[in-house]
Design a protein. Structure first.
Length: 186
């Protein structure tokens, strides 16, 4: 199946994020754009103003069972999945395969995107789910690289693997460098 990202849109701006942050500390709105370092720091801190930055995207030809993995995420994200209802499609869904393609559209705030990355970039996630999520993160990287840099698997986020069965990344030679890069604000 040829899964594709049909589009990805960004709403909100870093100025809005910065101004919301200023509001929380009783400061007036600022005039200058936030620096990349500031963006990385507020993303690492996961302070609430990052939720002003939102992303919308749409997958086409996503296998139904992969779509189900994403629908499990419910905080800071909305999902719109093409129906398989018999009365809407004219096809009896009782015999539908779990790999039937669906259209899956989402919008999510930056915090939800980072959280989903922890689960869906994990080496224990299915390869198909990981690949579909990586497509989204790669598209985000083109528009908001600081956000994409903070989209990491759970082990990199925590500094250790919390899974019952590790994929081995946390024990690899490159792991310390991945953690260092994630934590970097330079």
């Amino acid at each position: 199946m040829d899964v594709k990202i049909k589009w990805l849109k960004v709403k909100g701006s870093w100025r809005e994020v910065a101004d919301a942050a200023r509001t929380t500390i009783r400061m007036e709105e600022g005039q200058k754009e936030p620096s990349p370092k500031w963006k990385k720091r507020i993303l690492l801190a996961e302070h609430s103003p990052i939720r002003k930055l939102t992303f919308g995207w749409k997958w086409s030809n996503l296998p139904y069972w992969v779509s189900v993995h994403f629908v499990r995420h419910k905080f800071g994200i909305e999902h719109f999945v093409s129906t398989q209802r018999t009365d809407r499609t004219g096809t009896d869904r009782t015999g539908a395969r779990q790999d039937s393609p669906v259209e899956h559209e989402c919008f999510a705030n930056a915090q939800a995107v980072m959280f989903m990355s922890r689960r869906r970039l994990c080496g224990q996630a299915s390869p198909e789910t990981r690949a579909a999520w990586k497509m989204v993160v790669d598209e985000i990287a083109k528009k908001e690289p600081e956000v994409a840099e903070k989209c990491v698997p759970e082990c990199v986020y925590r500094g250790f693997c919390p899974e019952f069965k590790s994929c081995g990344l946390a024990e690899s030679k490159i792991f310390p460098e991945l953690v260092k890069r994630y934590r970097s604000v330079d």
